[in-house]
Design a protein around this ligand. Structure first.
Ligand SMILES: [Zn+2]
Length: 59
């Protein structure tokens, strides 16, 4: 997966992150979603990215 966009922490503007894979259960009765958890190494802020379709991508 190519990551062209550079992430910036919305809290501390840090650019160092560690990435972990996670899984969350859907609230809508579908199977669990695979997610990427991106954790700011500076302040610990966690961002969650859905694999495949994003939360902004519903149609
Ligand atoms: Zn941060």
């Amino acid at each position: 997966m190519a990551e062209s966009k550079k992430l910036e922490c919305p809290l501390c503007k840090g650019t160092q992150f560690k990435k972990e894979e996670g899984k969350i259960d859907s609230k809508w009765g579908f199977s669990a979603h695979r997610v990427d958890l991106v954790i700011c190494e500076q302040c610990g802020f966690v961002m969650t990215f859905f694999k495949g379709r994003t939360i902004w991508d519903f149609d």
